[in-house]
Design a binder for this molecule. Structure first.
Ligand code: F6R
Length: 612
């Protein structure tokens, strides 16, 4: 994972480099936060300041923002090779500290390369895979006397995934870059150019960007961008790839909220209404509908929260469009590619568009000749780029590590598609279609009511849940993916063990753990058949002393059955993720905060998983 940034400036008095890199790293901190560092070139040469810890702690210790210079790189780390220590923090330097490198990804053949470099006398200071790269450059530079040629030769030797930035005191105005599989964006500023892992890190300086493609290699100076294709060695015209992003700096700022996660939960109504306006005018929906209707088999894949949205889609497709669909967790793609063929369609859902497992699944299905439809929040990210058709959620940048607004917008887009599919395949008639679409059109209002209606009550609930070390989230049918999402949220940010089960399955084992006061959260979708069955499951839990909490729609009799009801608005069952998820997000958020955890930086996690 990790976040990387490089900035070069014309006038270091106008743009304070240390401050600019630190600010950029703060916007990338969601990608990893166990250690960080800066490399800066100024009149003294190359200066490296780095260490273990969160960015604000390191700023207090080393004063990153006080560093001045013309060219610099920064890194915020999520450890893969070597534990989080001061020495393993990036940037890494060669034996003579002339070159400094930051890297996101994994150099798979680092061990063999390191052995060869050690024989040649190179001295290593860290346990990381990255350090081999900078020693390779040093070696090739000794041989060729040309920094760019040395950099390219080193890139050609490494296997794995990488977004790499390099600066050197030999050529102080350039930031060299190379990319394969890990994301990298060039930002074209005024008096400066920037290269970073993600768009939010550039927004302070520019909205004019170039999304770097795999196997591109090149460099930026404050006034120039040079790119070539590593494989063909043909020059790439940067102007052809320039695009303007719609996101604003406010979208990527906390704006007075204590945490990004809370800001993003509360802005869900806006994210839904932006996504709705996109959907109404998106001609891709018709095209992808045709592809799905013509397909022999339909698959959907994703990871984490996006998988829960995908599972909801799969259930909706079976229920509404009465069509079979195979949902699978992206990291298990090797099993499913065995049954994929050329007349099949794979829907790949990823908010970041960069999750490596999803990307690998896309590539594997592509090799089998299947058509790929991407659902993503980041325009031009890797997964949409490698897909035949793409449809976007318009949630704006999501910075909080725990996904919130992107889940609601994904389910909105996917439900819209499911509804179109049901109409096109004749399993619902026009009047039912209109009724469903009209409720989907109210998504932003429903989410707003669900947030406002549950916010205050949840604070009282959190006090009762503080001693809990374990919880169940139970539901049935289309409520199950929402139960899974609720359990994931509380696990990842409040560190409470939580498991989601089909309520009927709870009798086949899980109920053995239930004793006096054990919290069980029921997600009750507005569907009378499901409701009646869940009633029985609530009674079973109550009979064993469980503390029952229910996310239940208005007017349901189950509000009087559970001990702690959280009432949400009633609409068509297809809107259940929109109405029932916000209270679960708020519950996890407030529980985490009350326990003293930072919900924006959950331990061991990083938002975008770019390693398998
Ligand atoms: C959970 C969370 C992760 C992501 C998962 C997929 O709150 O954020 O589980 O949902 O890593 O990420 P994307 O959707 O970017 O592919």
């Amino acid at each position: 994972m990790c976040g990387i940034i490089g900035i070069c400036v014309i006038n270091p008095r106008e743009l304070k480099l240390g401050e600019a890199i630190y600010k950029g790293l703060l916007r990338l901190e969601y990608r990893g936060y166990d250690s960080a560092g800066l490399g800066i070139i100024n009149h003294e040469g190359l200066i490296i300041v780095k260490g273990k810890g969160k960015l604000h702690e390191l700023e207090a210790k080393y004063g990153f923002t006080k560093l001045h210079g013309i060219t610099g790189v920064g890194h915020t780390r999520w450890a893969t090779h070597g534990p989080p220590t001061d020495l393993n923090a990036h940037p890494h330097t060669d034996c003579r500290s002339i070159f400094a490198v930051v890297h996101n990804g994994i150099i798979e053949n680092y061990y063999e390369l390191k052995k060869q470099l050690l024989v040649k006398g190179h001295v290593f200071k860290s346990d990381t895979d990255t350090e081999v790269f900078v020693h390779l450059v040093e070696d090739f530079y000794r041989e060729t006397g040309d920094v760019y040629v040395a950099f390219k030769k080193a890139v050609k030797l490494i296997h794995g995934t990488f977004a790499i930035l390099m600066i050197t005191s030999i050529d102080p105005h350039k930031i060299y870059f190379a990319k394969k599989d890990s994301p990298l964006i060039v930002g074209l500023g005024n008096g400066c150019n920037i290269v970073a892992s993600d768009i939010p890190a550039l927004l302070d300086y520019t909205r004019k960007i170039i999304v770097v493609r795999d196997y591109w290699v090149g460099y930026v100076t404050p006034t120039e961008v040079y790119i070539e294709d590593l494989l063909s060695e043909v020059r790439v015209e940067p102007e052809t790839y320039v695009r303007i992003v719609e996101w604003s700096i406010e979208d990527a700022s906390r704006e007075g909220y204590p945490h990004f996660m809370l800001k993003e939960i509360l802005e869900q109504p806006r994210a839904l209404s932006q996504t709705l306006s996109g959907l109404r005018s998106d001609s891709t929906i018709k095209e992808l509908m045709r592809a799905i209707l013509e397909a022999d088999n339909l698959f959907i894949t994703a990871a984490g929260t996006s998988y829960h949205a995908s599972e909801f889609f799969a259930y909706t497709v079976m229920k509404l469009a009465r069509r079979s669909i195979v949902p699978f967790i992206a990291s298990e793609y090797e099993l499913y590619e065995n049954i994929a063929g050329e007349n099949d369609v794979l829907i790949a859902v990823s908010q970041s568009g960069e999750t490596i497992d999803v990307l690998k699944a896309v590539r594997a299905f592509r090799r089998k000749g299947a058509r790929i439809i991407a659902v993503s929040n980041v325009i031009d990210s890797a997964i949409p780029r490698e897909s035949d058709l793409s449809v976007y959620t318009r949630a704006g940048p999501e910075i909080g590590v725990a996904a919130t607004k992107t889940f609601l917008t994904q389910t909105l887009v996917l439900s819209w598609i499911a509804c179109e599919l049901a109409l096109a395949s004749g399993s619902i008639d026009l009047s039912e279609y209109r009724e469903i679409i009209s409720d989907l059109e109210k998504s932003h209002v429903l989410a707003d009511e669900a947030i406002k209606g549950s916010s205050r009550k949840i604070l009282g609930l959190v006090d009762r849940l503080l001693p809990a070390r374990s919880m169940y989230y139970l539901s049935r049918d289309i409520g199950l993916p929402i139960a899974r999402e609720g359990a994931l949220k509380v696990k990842e940010i409040a560190y409470v063990h939580a498991e989601a089960y089909p309520a009927g399955e709870s009798k086949h084992g899980p109920i053995a753990l239930v004793e006096q006061g054990f919290p069980v959260v029921f997600i009750v979708p507005p569907d009378s058949g499901i409701e009646q069955k869940i009633l029985g499951n609530i009674e079973e839990m109550k009979a064993r002393g469980a503390f029952t909490i229910g996310v239940v729609h208005e007017g349901s009799s189950l509000n009087n059955v559970v001990e702690f009801p959280l009432e949400v608005p009633r609409a068509h069952w297809i809107t259940t993720p929109i109405t029932h998820t916000p209270p679960l997000q708020l519950l996890a958020y407030h529980l985490a905060v009350k326990k003293g955890h930072d919900p924006d930086k959950p331990r061991n996690l990083a938002k975008t998983v770019t390693v398998e």
